[in-house]
Design a protein around this ligand. Structure first.
Ligand code: ATP
Ligand code: MG
Length: 472
């Protein structure tokens, strides 16, 4: 599997690191140096102004000796770690705060107008310094006349060193951010990437028809929820596949067995294996089997009809107790054979419900048919109606073979028959309950089953009671 997603994130992470480093070493460095220069120039300018206005002018006025001024300037220069000069208009250095300097120097080509409109300059200051230096000046004016200048020099290398110190802090911060991003990357790997990889693998397995792969994620978040949903989907898909296979097998079986016997008997009649006198019996069997096929086809068509939403319903008010009695009567013949008796526990004389009568008859017929089919001989079937909250509950209960627990959910599926009924009763098509379910659902009502294998089964469904007409 290509790990493109992870590679993209790794690449993003490395790119983030490189870009961060480049930004700090170029842009941040440049901005910091500019800021430091600006700050230094303005503070040095304030200083020159102060020195020129308060001290240097005192010397020109004669109120302070050059030595006094010089010692004062030296103290200030040490404090600010700068060079302070007092220069006359011709460039002759009167005071130089540097301890080892000779004061009597003259600056070659000194021309204050070279500063332009600015009060500072960056460079070697008329070749007086060997390295780049920031020089800030302030004129000493006495009686509106410029007598000289106070100059403060600070080597740029000092500012660069200071900037580098600040940049180191930025680098450490950047490294910490990079480390934090690495933690995020690790978290991403465990929380998102690994689960996604597991799910992708599982999806690949599913697409190749292998639904056994389970996604092993049990976190209580969206990933866990997604994994659970995919697992559930896989189980459903695998059972769906299984169900479809069973469905085809059941349909084929149900159609094939009557067709085989019909074919066998017809062949036997035609080639004379069955003598003319005995043909009636076999023609009857053929007729019975044809009816079975007919019923099967009819049931399938019926189901298909319910499958379409809004199939025609003929809702009307009728007495459910009476309907139950009528349906039970139609089973008299079968019941006599099996010696099965009915116990009817019906509410009151009449119980009027609002539903499609012929369809409810079909429901009762299918449920009672099952109850008889899966009951032991000489047992009893109880049919009960109860009224509760504007609903009538109708229960059909037998004491027959019951339904195994794992089949309970499936009995509503088309063509589904439990293993218990399959061997014993081959006449069933497995469509009866599917039809029941469709009918009850199309009434917007519910049907439930309670069953214990070997003990019995009870089907309970609801119908709405008819609205009592309000007396005027
Ligand atoms: P059909 O009703 O189409 O003739 P059938 O009776 O086999 O065929 P359903 O009525 O749909 O099919 O029932 C499905 C299966 O549910 C039955 O085959 C049987 O295994 C089980 N079943 C239904 N009712 C009962 C019951 N009362 N007792 C035990 N098992 C039952
Ligand atoms: Mg049935």
């Amino acid at each position: 599997m290509k790990r493109t997603l992870y590679l993209k994130f790794l690449l993003g992470y490395v790119l983030f690191g490189i870009l961060g480093f480049i930004t700090v070493s170029t842009l941040t460095s440049h901005l910091t140096l500019n800021y430091l220069k600006k700050q230094t120039i303005s503070s040095l300018y304030r200083e020159t102004n102060l020195l020129a206005g308060n001290y240097a002018s005192n010397y020109y006025r004669g109120t302070m000796t050059l030595n006094d001024v010089e010692s004062h300037f030296k103290a200030v220069a040490t404090y600010f770690d700068t060079d302070i000069w007092v220069v006359d208009r011709n460039g002759h250095i009167l005071i130089n705060s540097r301890p080892d300097s000779a004061n009597d120097e003259t600056i070659q080509n000194f021309d204050i107008s070279s500063f332009g409109t600015k009060y500072y300059q960056e460079g070697t200051f008329f070749d007086m310094f060997s390295e780049n230096t920031l020089s800030v000046f302030s004129p000493i004016t006495i009686g509106y006349k410029v007598r000289g200048y106070v100059l403060i020099h600070k080597p740029l290398s000092e500012l660069t060193a200071y900037k580098d110190g600040l940049l180191n802090i930025s680098y450490i911060t950047l490294a910490l951010i990079f480390l934090c991003a690495f933690i995020v990357l690790i978290l991403f790997t465990f929380i998102i990437y690994i689960p996604i990889r597991k799910m992708t693998r599982a999806a690949k397995d599913y697409s190749s028809g292998n639904f056994d792969t389970k996604i092993d994620i049990h976190t209580n978040d969206e990933m866990g929820y997604l994994a659970n949903s995919i697992n559930y989907m896989a189980t459903e898909l695998s059972t769906l596949e299984e169900d479809q296979r069973k469905f085809i097998a059941n349909v084929s079986h149900d159609f094939r067995s009557p067709l085989t016997s019909i074919k066998g008997y017809i062949e036997a009649i035609m080639d004379g294996t069955i003598p003319h006198e005995g043909q009636d019996k076999y023609l009857n069997i053929i007729l019975f089997e044809t009816e079975r096929l007919n019923k099967l086809t009819h049931s399938m068509l019926e189901l298909n009809k319910y499958g379409v939403k809004g199939s025609m319903m003929d809702i009307g008010d009728f007495d459910i107790n009476h309907t139950i009695k009528m349906v039970v009567q139609s089973f008299e013949g079968t019941c006599k054979e099996k010696k099965i008796s009915f116990e009817l526990i019906l509410t009151g004389q009449t119980c009027i419900v609002s539903a499609d009568m012929s369809k409810i008859q079909q429901v009762l017929y299918n449920l009672i048919d099952n109850a008889i089919k899966f009951s032991h001989p000489e047992s009893s079937i109880t049919i009960e109606t109860t009224e509760k909250n504007e609903k009538v509950f109708i229960s059909v209960k037998d004491t027959g073979i019951g339904i195994p627990k794992d089949s309970i959910k499936k009995i509503w599926e088309r063509f589904y028959k439990t293993d218990l009924s399959r061997g014993k009763d081959k006449r069933g098509t497995g469509l009866g309950l599917a039809i029941v379910k469709e009918i009850i659902s199309s009434h917007n009502e519910n049907i439930n089953v309670i069953s214990t294998e070997g003990v019995g089964t009870e089907f309970i469904f609801t119908l709405p009671m008819a609205q009592k007409e309000t007396e005027l």
